[in-house]
Write a protein that binds this ligand. Structure first.
Ligand SMILES: [Zn+2]
Length: 200
């Protein structure tokens, strides 16, 4: 089963829309890749319509128009999910697929996977990443974004914790060591969206 199917079978998640929750958003990073499957098809399957970033508070803590930043950064996270998955380190992709397949009630998409160094530098300039380098460059890191019942991005920490638990279980069963950004202490407190393969 594909990860998308895992998402599609997902059911409701408690919507915890709180305007002004800027800190977790700043930790959310993404990637632009061409969609292999028509975006509208995937969006329709996910029940998504309208602005996928409608839940994102308009301004970040610096007063920047962060919805515009998200749109520039990743114009279509649902439509590019599969392409982003295929661009990852195959082991990381396997973990993401398994986490989705084993947890049909979890709804999430890849917000960011493999990055060009240009894109990584943009994240660094925007303050969305601590480093101009990092594991996204090699496809060894992925950011997973929770979706609400309407297929819109919703950075609900409880949902992010459930995604992290699913990823940890999937990685464990596949015998792959995985590091969760939710355990990072230095980046905006934490980076709950971020997962990366552990160094051997
Ligand atoms: Zn990341």
């Amino acid at each position: 089963m594909g990860a998308l199917e895992g998402i599609v079978r997902g059911v409701s998640m408690l919507a915890l829309v709180k305007a002004g929750r800027a800190a977790p958003l700043a930790a959310a990073l993404c990637l632009m890749l061409p969609a292999a499957v028509p975006a509208e098809t995937q969006k329709a399957a996910l029940g998504g319509s309208g602005d996928v970033y409608a839940n994102i508070p308009e301004r970040d803590e610096f007063g920047r128009d962060q919805r515009a930043m998200f749109r520039t950064w990743n114009p279509d996270p649902l439509g590019t999910h599969e392409a982003n998955l295929r661009a990852l380190n195959p082991w990381l992709a396997r973990i993401v697929r398994k986490a989705a397949a084993d947890n049909p009630d979890l709804r999430f998409v890849i917000g960011s996977g493999r990055r060009s160094s240009l894109l990584q530098q943009k994240a660094y300039r925007w303050g969305w990443s601590k480093t101009p380098y990092g594991a996204h460059l090699s496809g060894d890191a992925v950011d997973l974004w929770p979706l609400d019942g309407q297929g819109r991005i919703l950075f609900d920490p409880a949902a992010q914790n459930r995604i992290a638990a699913a990823m940890r279980r999937a990685a464990g069963e596949l015998g792959v060591a995985l590091v969760w950004g939710g355990h990072f202490q230095s980046f905006k407190g934490r980076d709950r969206s971020h997962f990366e393969l552990a160094d051997e």
